[in-house]
Design a protein around this ligand. Structure first.
Ligand code: GLA
Length: 393
């Protein structure tokens, strides 16, 4: 009797062990199959979204910091409060290899040497104002002529070269809030302009930039970000092989100093037609100096909508651009000359990278027919732009 009970117990224990073994084998198999899936998914480590900072030196006697915004997919964007500069935007390609899709430097000294606005916030007026002059409410204002006879990107010391007050917002998404008071008369512009810019990184790899400003005197305001993109993540490749679509039936032709003539011209039948996706290199040789023009976006109502898509087949990366602005400056890095070295150790040459600067049209303060850029006391300037990275597998 006892022997039979013992025998049954031993048999049961053995059966249990065997079933645990097979169950274990089954789950191990499932796990193995899951991890054999897409190679890029294997590399996609889930991380806790957040924002960290390190000291990055000094400028204007103020502390400069470098902030790292990380999302749940491990995408990282580094931004400094010096010039509000986006120094890197690190994302995977179709193979899962991570690299920065924007050009930049790893140290502050590179930026103090005044590169051509790499990744920077641009203000008080993005792009050019003709003859560095404008008249507002009957008064003539003279700005610094820092681009031939014209004023470019806010002047000698624009918003790209000042230290912004930074505060970290660590809600559900990592976000960096930057504030700057541009004093009445700074770089020749009227009024104390209080500016706030907020950078947020979503879990869908969207970099959202929100610009707000108020003034105590009427002033032109046109804020943008001057990131230079190369979706291959390697400035050894030019951007001429990238494909671009701009949702714009018109552009603003320019004179020899890149000031709009005032005409709003159709892109149809011209090298400026990007209404359906086109390789950037296809028609570039017919545009003297390369593309450096403002496209008049079809969307007119000021809502946040997709206005451009940039794609690269080497990396499988695409970048969608959304904005509330009426214009897009598409610049093919024509003035880059290989003298500056990117964080990947390679020289940044002509067409190594391109800019898609969301904006109001250049020289609007002197072009009454263009959408107005004048901000008056009591009004609120508000503008939003989103750069969304997609990896096509
Ligand atoms: C803008 C301008 C270009 C050039 C760059 C900076 O994109 O339109 O002409 O000045 O900035 O080098």
């Amino acid at each position: 009797m006892i022997a039979t009970i013992l025998k049954t117990r031993i048999q049961n224990a053995i059966m249990k062990k065997i079933s645990y073994f097979f169950a274990g084998l089954f789950f191990a198999g499932l796990f193995f199959l899951a991890s054999c899936g897409n190679p890029s998914e294997q590399n996609q480590t889930l991380v806790k979204p957040g924002i960290t900072k390190v000291d990055w030196g000094q400028a204007d006697g103020k502390k400069v910091e470098l902030f790292t915004l990380t999302n749940g997919k491990g995408t990282q964007i580094k931004i400094s409060n010096y010039g509000g500069i986006v120094t890197s935007f690190i994302v995977p390609d179709k193979q899962g290899h991570r690299s920065s899709i924007v050009v930049g430097f790893d140290s502050l000294s590179g930026y103090l040497a005044k590169p051509p606005y790499f990744g920077a916030l641009i203000g008080r007026y993005g792009n050019r104002i003709g003859d560095a002059k404008f008249t507002l409410d009957g008064k003539r204002y003279t700005l610094a002529a820092n681009n031939g006879k014209n004023a470019l990107h806010g002047g000698l010391k624009g918003f790209d070269k000042v230290v912004w007050d930074a505060s970290i917002i660590n809600d559900s998404l990592p976000s960096l809030k930057l504030g700057y008071l541009s004093k009445d008369g700074e770089e020749g512009y009227p009024g104390n302009l209080k500016v706030t810019v907020q950078y947020t990184l979503s879990n869908d790899d969207e970099l959202k930039i929100t610009y707000d400003a108020v003034t105590d005197k009427a002033t032109p305001v046109n804020l943008t970000n001057h990131s230079y993109f190369n979706l291959t993540g390697d400035v050894g490749n030019t951007i001429l092989g990238h494909t671009l679509m701009i949702n714009a039936d018109h552009y603003t032709p320019v004179d020899t100093t890149l000031i709009p003539t005032g005409e709003i011209r159709s892109v149809t039948g011209t090298p400026f037609d990007f209404t359906s996706p086109k390789q950037i290199g296809r028609d570039i040789d017919s545009v003297k100096g390369g593309y450096d023009h403002n496209w008049v976006l079809n969307r007119r109502d000021g809502s946040l909508q997709e206005v451009a898509v940039l794609s690269d087949s080497i990396s499988g990366r695409s970048l969608e651009v959304y904005t509330t602005e009426p214009g897009l400056q598409f610049y093919t890095g024509n003035f880059l000359d290989g003298k500056l070295i990117n964080h990947d150790g390679k020289p940044i040459k002509q067409h190594s990278a391109l800019c898609m600067e969301t904006q109001h049209f250049p020289d609007s303060p002197n072009k009454p027919d263009f959408p107005s850029t004048i901000l008056k006391p009591g009004e609120k300037y508000h503008s939003e732009t989103v750069y969304k990275l997609i990896v096509n597998k």
